[in-house]
Design a protein around this ligand. Structure first.
Ligand code: UDX
Length: 429
């Protein structure tokens, strides 16, 4: 099928590329001329494992192209996916101005039946508002159907999540666009759920909030484990084997971050408030997440005692492994807090150092993870990158003034670390 994606960020670019990979002909639209130029020349604006190869392959096969023109995108396809940002406003509610702008642009370019499909995470009832907007700004007399098709991809695993989705949610106001949506997703061989549009919009916020809740739950259990001399990983394993609970997203640490969970939680709390429900459960999830970071910083300051002037090596700057994304990164937050306490930092991340430079200054960026602890008083693990497990512990131990590690992601085995002569402190163990 011929498809158009408006917005070439994480969601739009990966979605467009995966649609092309299964054989659709995709036009990706972005109003950032620099980004379109970069993509046309074979460059990739983000780091996402496996994406670059797929983009190159599908551009070469003539199934994937990039343009700045929304009108061209609207002309090229009956189904127009919208993947523009929905950033938070200062009060936690969602800024829908990009969505509104795109709705107007689509409306003015429409000359025949179209289905604008929302991939961006939007508050419930946005679809209704968008339909009103399109109707208002469309000069031609044409029919259209707004569809909600939320995206569940995780950064760092986005290509895999898109190629093998757990489910595809299609929210509609009429049955007319359903056949085309099913045809688009048929090659992905995933369960397809067709709902009303408000339910589809709610599913996205409800899913992300539940995952955030799961993380805060295990972080609260981690606090209990520390007080009771228990091990949170054993507890997570013990409860996670119950299929109703599941082991995933039960890793205690320094809290969740990124461009989705914090934003979506605030938005969902705000949406609930506007509908007349005080979502206190989710407010508690936010509070636990904030406290988790404070506890970890306290663990470091309590151990190192007179903190001013201490030098600390930090491993990890991205908000999680497999990404260069530092938006709302707990690791960056941790660095800022340590700097505020008076520490000097040497930092390393396998992929996120360039992006971190824009938000983290007055630190030494170190290319080799094994060199980050040189002349430092302690080593801190802030992101759950798998490669940190391969750290040369003997070299790191010699490089430090004292072998102390604060492991905010529970990557190492406590007994093993102590046997090797480390003072090792982690989370909930
Ligand atoms: C999330 C959702 O998983 C995805 O379905 C949705 O479409 C977008 O939001 P993403 O933001 O890419 O994806 O990150 P995710 O892998 O969910 O991790 C979010 C944060 O939670 C990270 O900071 C991560 O370190 C933290 N996390 C995750 C934990 O602290 N413990 C865990 O067990 C899992």
């Amino acid at each position: 099928m011929k498809l158009t994606i408006i917005g070439t960020g994480y969601v739009g670019l990966v979605t467009g590329t995966c649609f092309a990979e299964v054989g659709h002909h995709v036009t990706c639209v972005d109003n950032d001329a620099g980004k379109v130029k970069l993509l046309r020349e074979g460059g990739i604006p983000i780091y996402e494992p496996g994406l670059e190869e797929l983009v190159k392959k599908n551009v070469a096969a003539g199934r994937l192209k990039f343009t700045e023109s929304t009108a061209e995108g609207v002309r090229n396809s009956d189904v127009i996916f919208i993947a523009v940002p929905t950033p938070p406003q200062p009060d936690g509610s969602v800024d829908l101005s990009f969505i509104e702008r795109v709705a107007r642009d689509i409306a003015s370019a429409m000359t025949e039946y179209k289905s604008p499909v929302f991939k961006s995470t939007v508050p419930v009832k946005t679809g209704e508002k968008v339909a009103e907007t399109i109707k208002r700004y469309c000069k031609a007399v044409v029919e259209f159907d707004v569809v909600s098709n939320p995206e569940f991809l995780r950064e760092g695993f986005a290509v895999g999540d898109l190629m093998k989705p757990d489910r595809v949610v299609i929210g509609v106001r009429s049955q007319r666009p359903v056949a085309a949506m099913r045809e688009i997703y048929e090659p992905f061989k995933a369960p397809i759920i067709v709902t009303d549009i408000n339910s589809a919009e709610l599913i996205k916020h409800a899913a992300n909030s539940f995952l955030a809740l799961k993380i805060s739950y295990i972080n609260a259990i981690a606090v209990l484990c520390e007080a009771a001399h228990a091990n949170v990983q054993e507890v997570a394993h013990g409860i996670g084997l119950d299929e109703r609970i599941g082991r995933r997203f039960l890793n205690a640490g320094i809290g969740f971050g990124g461009s989705c969970f914090p934003k979506d939680l605030s938005a969902f709390i705000k949406i609930a408030e506007q509908i007349g429900y005080d979502f206190r459960l989710l407010k508690e999830v936010q509070r636990i997440n904030g406290e988790q970071m404070e506890r970890f910083v306290k663990k470091i300051t309590d151990t190192l005692w007179v903190f001013e002037g201490q030098k600390i090596g930090v491993l990890g700057l991205a908000f999680k492994q497999n990404t260069d994304d530092v938006r709302m990164s707990p690791a960056i937050d941790l660095c800022h807090r340590l700097q505020k306490e008076g520490a000097t930092l040497r930092v390393h991340d396998p992929k996120a150092m360039d992006k971190a430079k824009a938000v983290l200054s007055n630190v030494t960026y170190v290319d080799d993870m094994n060199d980050v602890g040189r002349d430092c008083d302690a080593l801190v693990i802030a992101t759950e990158w798998d490669e940190f497990k391969n750290l040369d512990l003997d070299r790191a131990k010699k490089a430090l003034t004292h072998p102390i590690m604060f492991d905010g992601r529970n990557l190492f085995d406590g007994a093993e670390m102590e046997k090797r002569g480390w003072v090792y402190k982690s989370v909930g163990r």
